[in-house]
Design a protein around this ligand. Structure first.
Ligand SMILES: C[S@@+](CC[C@H](N)C(=O)[O-])C[C@H]1O[C@@H](n2cnc3c(N)ncnc32)[C@H](O)[C@@H]1O
Length: 469
């Protein structure tokens, strides 16, 4: 079993995917890779897939070496593509609409300018302060005098997000006090250390809350788990910061100059508002949200609110500008039509719209609005891609199929068809992963077909659609 260079350096283990040109799209391998492992992000693809794409789809110079290219990720998430592009000596630009993901991606691409000795001193000071404060909280909580302990700490309570609502208290009282104390301390730090501390708090906060990822955010009792009455905040946060320190030292040893001199940008806004010059991008490696209604915005509400990343308008503006929107945002609106002409897609949508009318907008009509919105955004996306790619440039777009109200949507094929319609060439569609776990809301367990009396379960898969301009 081979290891990547990074894993050997850190003594980490990784089981490589099949040798199919582009390795498995699953992001789970990212959990064992330096820097990528800092914050898990659902449906991120693996760093190995990006590495493979960079190798396969960038031109070599006449001398056999590589020249610097601009690599784009329009849906950058926590920055998998950007980090791999920079490590390979290229410039990287990303767009990400979710402020927490954008914070993490930004912290990662700029971590090279952190001075490990300074960061270590900050981590030690944080650890010392937290390890003094936490026993005081524990003691006063046991004796029923927590309010008295916290009464005078106005700077902490000012950080409590007034607009954040949850069915059950997100944190228990002592955990909340510890979290707010930790958060207040990060306010005293300077960049880039401050973003790293905030990313560490965001990456760990659900683990000591009364919620958990299942993979959507759910209350612990709702998923059969006990409430967390009290826990240390310092221990997991300091562990995460130690991990970051190790990885930053590793990055500085291995990539210092190339990384520091690379163009590295994450724009916290929609890709549809991009101002990149046309014809400037050599390679796009990206994965837009899947047509499975995974609600990135709702699932990061704790980080967005408690880290103070959204304004009073709440999460609604983010939901409205997210690629494909969300079923909850469009199901009740007036019927959404395709903004481009495609009789086959129209007929698929009409079929969906007619399903389960007795369920009202929970049936076909609501889901057809979601699918039409998703397809309209896919069409805008491939049009923008065509504009940004230089002639001869490639795009590797990882998407998954979906089964909605019993109808399979082969998103890879639909996207490829739209891309060809706007003038891109389809190079290939690689299935990079099968047996993807389905989303129960959309009935992924539906059975299709009836061959010789055997009903076949529709397979969920991830595919990399490779396009060329
Ligand atoms: C499948 S994830 C990408 C994960 C990424 N490949 C990684 O490894 O972290 C899709 C991302 O698109 C972001 N997104 C949704 N709509 C967007 C938009 N209009 N512009 C930019 N990003 C958007 C979501 O917040 C989410 O992080």
């Amino acid at each position: 079993m081979s290891q990547t260079r990074e894993q050997m350096a850190l003594g980490l283990k990784y089981a490589p995917g099949r040798d199919s040109g582009l390795r498995d799209a699953a992001a789970s391998e990212n959990k064992s890779l330096p820097i990528h492992r800092w914050v898990p992000w659902i449906a991120g693809f693996s760093a190995q897939l990006v590495e493979d794409a960079l190798r396969a789809y960038l031109p070599r110079s006449a001398s056999g070496g590589r020249k610097r290219h601009l690599i784009l990720d329009p849906f950058a998430g926590v920055g998998t593509t950007l980090i791999e592009a920079i490590k390979a000596g290229h410039d990287a630009v990303g767009y990400e609409i979710n402020p927490f993901a954008a914070l993490v991606a930004e912290a990662k691409i700029n971590c090279i300018s952190v001075h490990p000795a300074d960061l270590r001193a900050e981590v030690e000071a944080f650890r010392y302060a937290m390890f003094r404060f936490e026993p005081e909280v524990d003691a006063s909580w046991s004796s029923g005098s927590l309010d008295a302990l916290l009464g005078g700490r106005k700077e902490m309570w000012a950080l409590r997000p007034a607009a954040f609502k949850s069915r059950i208290p997100f944190f228990s009282a002592p955990v909340e006090a510890k979290f707010l104390y930790a958060l207040a301390r990060t306010g005293m730090l300077l960049e880039p250390d401050r973003s790293l501390f905030r990313a560490a708090l965001g990456a760990t906060m659900v683990s000591f809350s009364n919620y958990s990822y299942e993979p959507s955010l759910a209350s612990r009792p709702g998923s059969g788990k006990a409430l967390i009455e009290n826990a240390s905040v310092a221990a997991p946060v300091c562990r995460k910061l130690e991990e970051m320190l190790t990885d930053i030292e590793w990055a500085r040893q291995n990539y210092s100059y190339a990384w520091l001199s690379a163009r590295r940008e994450v724009h916290e806004r929609s890709y549809f508002e991009s101002e990149l010059p046309s014809g400037s991008v050599s390679l796009v490696v990206t994965s837009p949200p899947y047509m499975n209604n995974y609600h990135y915005v709702r699932n990061t509400r704790p980080q967005l609110h408690w880290l103070g990343l959204i304004a009073d308008g709440g999460t609604r503006p983010l939901e409205e500008t997210s690629f494909g929107k969300f079923w909850q945002t469009v199901r009740q609106g007036k019927s959404v039509s395709l903004e481009f002409s495609d009789p086959a897609m129209d007929s698929l949508l009409n079929d969906l719209r007619a399903r389960n009318p007795e369920k009202g907008y929970y049936g076909g009509s609501g889901w057809a609005n979601y699918v039409a919105t998703y397809l309209n955004d896919t069409s805008r996306f491939v049009t923008s891609l065509r504009g940004h790619l230089r002639t001869g440039g490639h795009a590797v777009v990882v998407v998954g199929n979906s089964i909605i109200q019993g109808i399979e949507f082969k998103v890879d094929h639909l996207l490829a068809e739209m891309a060809v319609r706007v003038g891109l060439r389809l190079v290939d569609i690689h299935i990079v992963r099968t047996k993807r776990v389905g989303n129960s809301i959309i009935d992924s367990s539906v059975r299709n077909g009836d061959v010789n009396g055997h009903r076949n379960k529709t397979q969920l898969y991830d595919a990399a659609v490779v396009l060329r301009k």
